[in-house]
Design a protein around this ligand. Sequence first.
Ligand code: ADP
Ligand code: MG
Ligand code: ZN
Length: 470
Amino acid sequence: MTQWEAVVGLEIHVELKTESKLFCSCPTAFGAPPNSQCCPVCMGYPGALPVLNQKAVLLAVRAGLALGCQIQTSSGQDRKQYAYPDLPKAYQISQYDRPLCLGGRVAYTLDGVSRELGITRIHMEEDAGKLIHEGALTKIDYNRCGVPLIEIVTEPGLHSGAEARAFLRKLHTLLRYADVSDCRMNEGSFRVDVNLSVRPEGAHTLGERTEIKNINSFAFVQKAIESETERQIALMQAGKSVSRETRRFDPATGKTNAMRTKEDAADYRFFPDPDLPPVAVSQDVIEGIRAQLPELPDRKRERWMRTHALPEADACVLCADRALADYYDRAASGAKEPRRVANLVLSELLRLCRSEEFSCPIDPYHVQRIADMLSDGIVNSATAKRLVGMLWQRDTDPCVLVRENGWEQINDKDTLYALLHEAVAVSPRSLEAMRLGKRGAEGALVGYVMKKTDGRANAELLAELIGKLV
Ligand code: ADP
Ligand code: MG
Ligand code: ZN
């Protein structure tokens, strides 16, 4: 029987982080009262003229550079006609055959294997309004109309839901590093369309595809790809064919449903917008933006592995989120042992920070001081943990806290030895059990000494002393 493989290409719409819309000065803030951020330009009143927002162009260039694209010094501004209630002009201003960015690539990892996906193009366009369906009633909010977007179009080079998810995570990370968008999927500022076809494994041509529109979570993208792949394979195996159509993913059923048959380019009757000149970006401007790009995650990861001696897995987690990466970089820079900083961030701060985007009320320098106290043997790891918890509640200099409260680690052998003898007197069975080789038998002794020292005993030294007892 024929083995089938899925082929997936993605189109990702990303809202750019501008204060105002793409062709007018209306604000773009999310969550404003419906239809409170509109004007004759974004509502398409006759005679209103669009003026391109330069800030949006610069952000789009930055996105293109972060994804390794070639930025075009001249690109088009075209009208894409379609009549739908969310689009009051009955056309969208987009870029058709001359997009701003061409030919990028994104490296990502799937199950520990490095891969790369080509970016075909990135073009700028304006967003449409939002339809809100309430029972039989449909309401329209035009606040989103004219908000600047980039559309990132990938090569058809992905083959599973898990792979698409891995790619999208990396893309999301890169765009957050480039600081072009807040990329909030739940607010619609990062939305994914999936194009999917199936073909006999190893075939060189592509099959007929469907397009699944506007998916707003990574998990749903994965699920949509899995169920659409199954649906198409079942059709092929039954000797039927896939028809070119637009589908919608229904999270409730985990399945895709047909929405409409797909328009092709001819239906959109693209033509250059006569109200707007081509977009011009000079090579100097492009190079200026390139020079200001932050260090991107792959570079960061390698630097940390090389100069901070971080294990790859830790470096991967730390670089996946720009806010987290920046925080770690600030805390680790100048630390005696950056690995200790990484451990505190990964084990303590990530646990305390429950929000999806990393944020931390502790001055990164204070985390560095805790790590340095660990390096110097001034506090033990239990105290370090306690300090992080306290600073999270009320940030202050941890060194002062340790000094004022007398939380220094007890490194004195005689003191620990004396306490250990007390412990043995209290629970002599522990020592017997240890001598019989029972695992974990030393727990009672360690517990006693830690309790007596308010958790301040040097744990390594204590373990060494216990070892000598046996
Ligand atoms: P359209 O003009 O309909 O949007 P594009 O050529 O711009 O089509 O492609 C849109 C997306 O669909 C791209 O991400 C591309 O990789 C993907 N794609 C195109 N053909 C196929 C196919 N046969 N199977 C899977 N994906 C495809
Ligand atoms: Mg397209
Ligand atoms: Zn407006």
